[in-house]
Design a protein around this ligand. Structure first.
Ligand code: ADP
Ligand code: MG
Length: 579
């Protein structure tokens, strides 16, 4: 894990090595400084004024030297940690974006967000403190131990003989903390999740007066988090209570036995002073290291989740890039396409064949759940399809570079997503390099220009989160303007007017009619007015094509299409294929 993190750190690694070198230097300075203190006290007890002043000078110099050292060390660690995190963030973001739609669909977005958020936060602790703490503390402890042995090995042994016991006690007592904190994290995740769900669905919560039931769920999760948190606090208190007396023992031994040695004249008082001071650096890490190790365990879990994500296979990025020659067959040809969702057994598209000739409009109709939206997803390359089953502009979809294939398609989806930027920017996403005049032209074609121009801020008006400040029809027309601006060879429309009231429907309808005349369009439609204008109608039922032909021919045939048509005119909600 550490090796992979270091590889990801890239050039930032040299900051880590610099900080490590400074740690070694710091350990050396610690010993030297204490050695000077020893000399100082030896001079004082011997009444040697000359040596006294020399050691005063040396002690000041060695303390002064620690200042720039600490500064450089902390800075180096900061550079290393922040640089590595920034690289991880961009690796995670670009990998998430490169994942196939099918993989993203199976993950909760909250999951990806928590990798970016909570897991990276844990890695930050690892990179910025735990890693160097562990190394720094160990190096200082070893150096300090070597020095106290050099002062008097009997005393050193006597003072530290119990330390393995202390270490074991702390390790054993703090072992459950890691697991408990993980459980606490899960509980806090649940608390946050309940709050988030409530806030996302606040309209429903208020309309159905769900504050009571949701509040109860929240209280229950919160109470459980409180229990775990208190459990951890009790464990920590126990550790403190048990280990503090144990941690004091080495000092009592050092002072007692060391004082005797001083009286006996085996060691000087100055040496005992340095000994006790450095004993701190041997004993104190014993309490800190188990905590650091537990922290590293936690970070390892976070690193695993990050690497898991980075190791997911990305979407295919190779293949045909250029637009093939005009004469290369129909715009879209679907041939004997059968498809089942990865985790499902039964196919939702069964042996479907139809073509969309260049410049023509083909309408897909059929009851809800008959597989219409799925067909569009397959054309967009969101799921792998059998070779030869989808031809886009004369080439097998599997031979296309996916992004290039999508450049040939402009989509207006069933539920329109607007980004929380301005309306103008939302349209411009269709073609980021478009001029304001081109954006406006697309908006006019989509029948949305007058509405936008009438707003106080015009095209600079913010769309709000998910376009919350617009009506369904307005959002739909913005999405249409976006697709028009993209000006791709093939227009894909998924029930463009299904969610609209009659007035906005007719606005979108008009816009579509003007725009799609003479353009290649595949439209999923449930309004018969849209279908009547199509050159060809494909009727789907339960994943299979049951009829296809022109509107008039299908009416004569008297099959499912006629039934759908009748239902529409009987006023049976007009939602023959509405989700
Ligand atoms: P529609 O014709 O109404 O657009 P869809 O293509 O959305 O129908 O759905 C066709 C069938 O596939 C439905 O039975 C639906 O439940 C199922 N389905 C849609 N999306 C998924 C998915 N991501 N995973 C599994 N099944 C799905
Ligand atoms: Mg659909």
């Amino acid at each position: 894990m550490i090796r992979r993190l270091l590889a990801l750190a890239g050039p930032g690694r040299r900051w880590l090595f610099a900080a490590l070198a400074l740690d070694l230097l710091g350990a050396a300075l610690l010993i030297v400084g204490n050695h000077f203190n020893r000399g100082f006290f030896e001079a004082v007890t011997a009444g040697d004024a000359q040596a006294f002043w020399v050691y005063v000078g040396l002690a000041i110099a060695s303390s002064a030297a620690t200042a720039p050292l600490s500064y450089l060390r902390v800075r180096g660690i900061g550079q290393f940690a922040e640089g590595t995190l920034a690289r991880l963030r961009s690796a995670i973001a670009s990998r998430s974006a490169a994942l196939p739609f099918s993989a993203l669909e199976q993950r909760h977005t909250g999951d990806l967000v928590s990798v970016l958020n909570a897991d990276l936060e844990k890695l930050k602790t690892l990179l910025a403190s735990h890693l160097l703490e562990l190394i720094g503390q160990s190096v200082r402890a070893l150096a300090a131990f070597a020095y106290i042995v050099s002062v008097n090995w009997v005393l050193a042994l006597a003072a530290t003989i119990l330390t393995p016991l202390i270490f074991i006690a702390i390790s054993v007592l703090s072992a459950p903390i890691g697991k408990r904190s993980e459980e606490l994290q899960t509980d806090i995740g649940r608390v946050v999740g309940v709050a988030q769900d409530g806030l996302s669905g606040i309209m429903v919560v208020k309309a159905f007066n769900l504050n009571g039931p949701l509040g109860a769920r929240f209280d229950e999760a919160n109470a459980s988090a409180l229990r775990k948190g208190l459990g951890i606090a009790r464990l920590r208190a126990l550790i403190e209570g048990v280990t503090l007396p144990m941690a004091i023992t080495p000092f009592i031994l050092a002072i007692g036995l060391g004082g005797y040695f001083v009286i006996e004249g085996t060691i000087t008082f100055g040496a005992l002073f340095a000994f006790i001071n450095l004993l701190n650096f041997v004993v104190n890490p014993l309490g800190a290291i188990p905590n650091i190790l537990a922290g590293i365990q936690e970070s390892a879990g976070a690193a695993r989740r990050v690497f898991d994500l980075l190791d997911q296979p990305a979407e295919r990025a190779t293949g045909i890039v250029s637009t093939p020659a005009r004469e290369a067959g129909p715009a879209l040809a679907i041939e004997r396409l059968t498809f089942a969702f990865p985790e499902a057994d039964l196919p939702v598209v069964k042996d479907v064949s139809f073509t969309v000739p260049r410049g023509q409009t083909v309408a897909l109709v059929g009851p809800s759940g008959s597989g219409k939206s799925t067909l569009l997803k397959l054309i967009l390359g969101h799921y792998p399809t059998p070779p030869g089953s989808i031809h886009l502009l004369g080439h097998d979809l599997n031979d296309w570079q996916l992004s290039a294939a999508r450049d040939q398609l402009a989509l207006v989806a069933q539920d329109t997503y607007l980004f929380p930027v301005s309306l103008g920017e939302n349209i411009r996403l269709g073609r980021p390099e478009a001029t304001p005049a081109e954006v406006e032209r697309a908006a006019r074609l989509a029948n949305i220009h007058d509405f936008i121009a009438g707003l106080p801020d015009g095209y600079a008006t913010l769309a709000g989160e998910r376009g919350a400040r617009l009506s369904g029809g307005q959002r739909q027309r913005i999405a249409l303007a976006r697709a028009i601006l993209k000006d791709a060879p093939i227009l894909l429309l998924d029930e463009p007017t299904s969610a609209l009231d009659t007035e906005s429907e007719s606005l979108v309808q008009q816009a579509l009619e003007t725009y799609s005349r003479g353009r290649t369009t595949l439209v999923i439609a449930h309004r018969l007015s849209t279908i009547k204008n199509a050159d060809h109608v494909v009727v789907l039922e339960d994943g299979s094509v049951v009829e296809q032909g022109t509107h008039d021919a299908l009416l004569v045939r008297g099959g499912l299409y006629l039934e759908l048509y009748r239902r529409q005119f009987n006023g049976a909600s007009g939602e023959a294929s509405h989700e």
